[in-house]
Design a protein. Sequence first.
Length: 134
Amino acid sequence: ALDETDLFVTLDSSWEHANEGDTFAIRADVKNIGEQTALITWIRLENIPDDWNVQPPQHLILILQPGETQSCFFVVERGATDATIYATAQAYNAPVVQSNRIAIPVNVWIVAGLSLVCGVVAYREVKTRKKQKK
């Protein structure tokens, strides 16, 4: 019998993925935090809407030594549907674990940031013009 081990998985994506049709990469880092070698570890993205396309659908890591981290990349083409996605990792001898969740779109902050910048620029512009009139 194989001794059980434990996995830890994190998700990261820093690409633009606000609009339908945007293609971006998501990195999943899987770490073996247990004492035993993890065998046949599958990593999948979860909560993916039907109108999205994920390639490859899942990743396989045959052997993950204790303390070892491996990264795998998914290429995602998003559809019109927004989603909060996460990854799962499960080995033959390790229970399934879930990663942190990433809300897509992340464009709320981009939009808020842009309107803030535009507001500051417009405000400066008005102040400068007022000074010039004096």
